[in-house]
Design a binder for this molecule. Sequence first.
Ligand code: SAH
Ligand code: SF4
Ligand code: F3S
Length: 495
Amino acid sequence: MVNQEKENRFRKFFVTPDLKLAKKRGKEDVKVLQFEEIPEELRTIGRGKHYLIQTYGCQMNVHDSEVIAGILEQMGYSPTEEETQADIILINTCAVRENAEDKVFGSLGRLKQLKVEKPELILGVCGCMSQEESVVNRILRRYQHVDLIFGTHNIHRLPYLLQNALFSKEMVVEVWSKEGDVVENMPKVRQDGLRAWVNIMYGCDKFCTYCIVPYTRGKERSRRPEDVLQEVRDLARQGYQEVTLLGQNVNAYGKDFADLDYRFADLMDDVRKIGIPRVRFTTSHPRDFDDRLIEVLAKRGNLVEHIHLPVQSGSSRILKLMARKYDRESYLDLVRRIRQAIPDVVLTTDIIVGFPNETEEEFQETLSLVKEVEFDSAFTFIYSPREGTPAAKMKDNIPMEEKRDRLQRLNQLVSDISRKKNEALRGQVVEVLVEGESKKDSHVLAGRTRTNKLVHFKGPKNLIGQFVQVRIDNPKTWTLEGEWVDQQVHSQVGV
Ligand code: SAH
Ligand code: SF4
Ligand code: F3S
């Protein structure tokens, strides 16, 4: 059978994605639905079986994987780290850049052999790539060993989709192009006992011209304040020490409430009053970052002195082409206002080099902005054209070699500044939340400062999960090494 015929035959079993439809933003109200209990007959489907989730992409995806794990465990499945032991493998994908997608296709190719050896294995693809038509079509044509595809808007349907996949011979595809509602009370298996992710909103309406996220995640929908606050209170009660509030653009929180005048600053002010030691948030778009939010963050307490504030470019012309809706000057002004209110704030950022037709001078403006702001660190990327986005249609005359060279020059500058910033901490005593053993050396403990810097130091394992004071005596470019200094206090408390 030729591929087209095969696709048509499959299509009647499918709900496939449509990028054009995904772009449309309706006015209809977002309803808050409760996750429906999984029916009794599906609660034993996974008994004695194992699941494995491979997660790519941002924190949003990491947290979605915790929800998927929650659903699978309610269906009786247990976790495994071994592909060969798994009865179901789900790949939670990211579409933000081409290399993220390449990794997923690589993984799918590799898993084909496993599927041949173990035909009863269920292999599923979910996350942002599933929301793209071209990806789903490519899987239909070339990766027919995949059993299940679902998207970012219908995770709550997993029990039924998995049931179909288990009992059907065909590939099961259900991807909604429209976002639907906010579903509360989804089960979750959190991967960390100290730090938790909390969604405050879904989707993105910013439509930066290079970015696929508004298409894969749908329109902006905020969770109700009482639901967010209740989740944070519950986490505090369970002993979590840190929460990170998640949204693609947290500063747009609450804009979609028709009945409430309650925005991100209000939410932060209320979270501040909850007894959880540290509160972070990501990501904030500079455009909606208002003075009221700065005022609330300056109250500190559990609101930490770290803001991730993606700038993308230092050139106002490029920012305009990116549709970021701020320019170089207004970004620098925002940084000034933040630093005035919180002088010791740590700022980090995201930067794209090689946007279509970015000139050397425009790239130099990015370098000069980085020098001026002195970010403590930055995620840097080469622009990657994403199908269906406006920037992908722009003719680009900058060779890849040039883009790679720019990335390298930018990375050198970023690391020089990081090193300098960390050097300034030499001799200082910082508060560290101890997360566990260092990845490289089990005799060393690892934890983070309020500003999210990774600290390594020697100390007893019972410090894991606690806040300790560490004096920094060996700052490096990306990490800090130090000595635990509140041991006297601890042993006094002990006697
Ligand atoms: N919502 C977040 C960004 C999420 S994507 C924000 O606006 O801050 C994370 C980062 O990936 C972006 O900040 C951007 O720097 C980068 N990115 C997004 N699309 C990209 C593309 N097409 N090519 C290269 N980098 C991209
Ligand atoms: Fe993408 Fe821009 Fe939305 Fe961030 S704000 S997710 S970069 S469209
Ligand atoms: Fe990637 Fe989707 Fe996050 S595209 S960055 S996983 S929102």
